[in-house]
Write a protein that binds this ligand. Structure first.
Ligand SMILES: [Zn+2]
Length: 110
């Protein structure tokens, strides 16, 4: 599995050279994010943003680099108890390109 880069938080506290207690928390959020799939990232950001209350989606967008609308969509999905979201697929059937499997040619011709 390819290693995804860990996003660097762009919030004022992390871009400031002065150390701040939030920096480690934000780094951990992005570290975890780097190991999640698309919909898991959306939901995790949604959960974290909900903890912050008003303006949370915007703050999480700055921390994670996810779009504000993506985070809001995650919050709506969580509010709907993830109704209709598949438990074992990143994308809904028919939604986007299927995963490309690595194929070994049946015969390698000379
Ligand atoms: Zn930060």
């Amino acid at each position: 599995m390819p290693q995804r880069d860990v996003h660097q938080c762009q919030c004022p506290r992390c871009t400031n050279p002065e150390p701040h207690p939030d920096q480690q928390g934000h780094r951990r959020i992005n570290l975890l994010m780097s190991r999640l799939d698309e919909q898991q990232r959306r939901w995790y950001a949604a959960v974290e943003s909900a903890k912050l209350g008003h303006g949370g989606a915007r703050t999480l967008s700055r921390i994670t680099g996810l779009d504000v609308d993506t985070i809001r969509r995650g919050r709506r999905e969580l509010a709907d108890s993830l109704e209709g979201r598949p438990a074992d697929r990143v994308r809904l059937p028919g939604g986007g390109r299927p995963a490309v499997e690595k194929k070994v040619p049946r015969s390698s011709r000379p």
